[in-house]
Design a protein around this ligand. Sequence first.
Ligand code: CZF
Ligand code: MG
Length: 196
Amino acid sequence: MKELIIATKNKGKIRDFEQLFSPFSIQVKSLLDIEGIEDIEETGSTFEENAAIKAEAISNKFGVTVIADDSGLVVDALNGAPGVYSARYAGEDKDDQANIEKVLSELQGTSEENRTARFVCVLAVSQPAKETFFTRGECEGTIGYQVKGEHGFGYDPIFYPLNSRRTMAEMRPEEKNQISHRKKALDQLKKWVEQL
Ligand SMILES: O=c1[nH]c(=O)c2ncn([C@@H]3O[C@H](COP(=O)(O)OP(=O)(O)OP(=O)(O)O)[C@@H](O)[C@H]3O)c2[nH]1
Ligand SMILES: [Mg+2]
């Protein structure tokens, strides 16, 4: 089976990608499968910049093709926060529960129609001796008032995709992976993935 390195240490993303890549018979390798990879500092101010930093760091280190995912939750009433800072919104330790609590508390008093938000996923593809390229997927929705559901990761328990009465964390992984930002970004890579 072909292998592809995804430059991430996020177990939730890894699970999403394992499922999303399974129809292509591609085995996903993450940075958790490779020993001794230090955390890569995400110094960019856009999803594209951070995705490129991660993909190029690992591609240059090993001389192989690498995909990286930079993603986050963009909340309109918070002027786009947490955005590129989604993982560390409530502090450096990337605590999903603390991040959720912070979003809910910042949105206290915000009415239902003003709780619109979207998940954004940017994939960067870095290949030896080629220019890095990007795809982007977005999933529109609204932010709820309390956590619901056990699946997924990150902000999934408070995110209601458009026209859904269930949060992303109440959906089975296969359901999330039909509508998610990550799925939409990967769909645009289909041709490239098929020629790997
Ligand atoms: O509920 C969610 N469902 C999703 O599908 C999703 N995708 C992203 N996010 C949030 O955005 C951060 C990414 O930040 P991020 O791209 O820097 O990744 P990360 O630091 O967690 O891992 P790495 O890939 O950099 O190693 C994550 O931690 C999450 O908080 C999601 N939340
Ligand atoms: Mg990160």
